[in-house]
Design a protein around this ligand. Structure first.
Ligand code: P6P
Length: 342
């Protein structure tokens, strides 16, 4: 067992910054501020169950504080942690319809933060893992204030991306383009400590993750692929179905165990497919992490990170995971069924 290095996420980020001589330290301080927000959210999420039990007195908890919905709490926490550091020109969030300006009283910087403050929050009251997802871009328009154009950039333009999963332990996984790395929160220290350096996703997995309840809405290629992978083949067993309904939790498991996660569009109206997951703050950041770990992320035919965004809350179909599994899926999708040369 290699000697595990005692490295905090701050130290790791600084070492990453050292690989970019042009880095000014603003990026490092931006990520540090984000880890503070993650620790605060983790504390609240971990007592949510308790608040829920004790909160039976109505809308206030035992301290008489107003019990905020946790996703609003997460939104406020990230905003307050990030609005004054001088690293950002604007933000965008799943919880807010328009671009979020940096208050005039604070300095502005050259980065954009796009995030989903608490993805899967509907699972909170049944104690299922949820997560925060973030994506960091560079400002591309002139002037101090960020705008929609600064947010609507392709995933390949991401400077960094990551997620925090609030589960049996709180972990942060991030990439700044030099691999994907996992840190586990030691709450007694209040530090995220390196626990999974340079994560490598298995090239093929034994798991497929999809909401089978939507099977009647899928395109024929997806239907054929799911039927194929769950059935035993001459050269391999059928894959096991694992679906939590919280993207961060499903992808975090597949990142380490291998496998494929699918959220195809509802194709019942062929002229107007209806995808669910969001491009800017779900698909792109998770795609960056997975690609840095050796996996793939596509819509069916197109690399997720190449999509040119047109709207802040734009939705996309996503198939993401182990390289061989996603490559095999794409053959079914393009063939609109079982490929003839399989
Ligand atoms: P469904 C959670 O609401 C979420 O945005 C993702 O985290 C998750 O993968 C997906 O939706 C679950 O959607 O339709 O299967 O409940």
């Amino acid at each position: 067992m290699p000697e595990s290095k005692l490295v905090t996420v701050q130290r790791h980020i600084m070492d990453q910054q050292a690989m970019h001589p042009e880095a000014t330290g603003a990026f490092t301080r931006l990520l540090w501020d984000l880890t503070l927000a993650a620790k605060i959210i983790s504390r609240e999420v971990n007592k949510a169950g308790l608040v829920d039990i004790l909160g039976t007195t109505g809308s206030s908890n035992v301290q008489g504080e107003e019990v905020q919905k946790l996703d609003c709490y997460a939104q406020d926490t990230i905003f307050k942690a990030m609005d004054h550091g001088g690293h950002l020109c604007c933000m965008a969030s799943e919880e807010v319809s328009d671009v979020i300006e940096i208050p005039a009283r604070f300095p502005k910087g050259r980065y954009v933060l796009v995030f989903d403050p608490l993805d899967g929050s509907s699972n909170i009251d049944v104690n299922v893992s949820v997560g925060t997802i973030f994506s960091i871009l560079r400002k591309i328009t002139p002037g101090e204030d960020g705008n929609l154009e600064d947010c609507l950039q392709r995933g390949v333009r991401q400077v960094a991306a990551g997620y925090v999963i609030y589960g049996s332990s709180t972990m942060m996984v991030y990439t700044a383009g030099q691999g994907a790395h996992g840190f586990t929160l030691d709450s007694s220290l209040g530090e995220f400590l390196l626990s999974h350096e340079n994560i490598q996703m298995p090239e093929q997995g034994k798991i497929y993750s999809v909401n089978e309840g939507n099977a009647h809405t899928w395109d024929t290629g997806t239907k054929a692929y799911v039927d194929f992978v769950k059935s035993p083949q001459t050269d391999r067993k059928g894959k096991s179905h694992r679906y939590i309904g919280s993207m961060v939790a499903d992808l975090h498991r597949n990142l380490f165990k291998g496998g494929i996660f699918l959220y195809p569009a509802d194709c019942r109206n062929a002229d107007k497919p209806k995808p669910k997951l969001r491009l800017l703050y779900e698909a792109n950041p998770m795609a960056y992490i997975v690609e840095q770990a050796g996996g793939l992320a596509i819509t069916g035919t197109e690399r997720i990170m190449e999509i040119r965004p047109t709207e802040l809350h734009q939705r996309v179909p996503i198939v993401i995971g182990s390289k061989d599994d996603v490559t095999e899926y794409e053959r079914f999708y393009r063939a609109r069924g079982l490929p003839t040369d399989l």
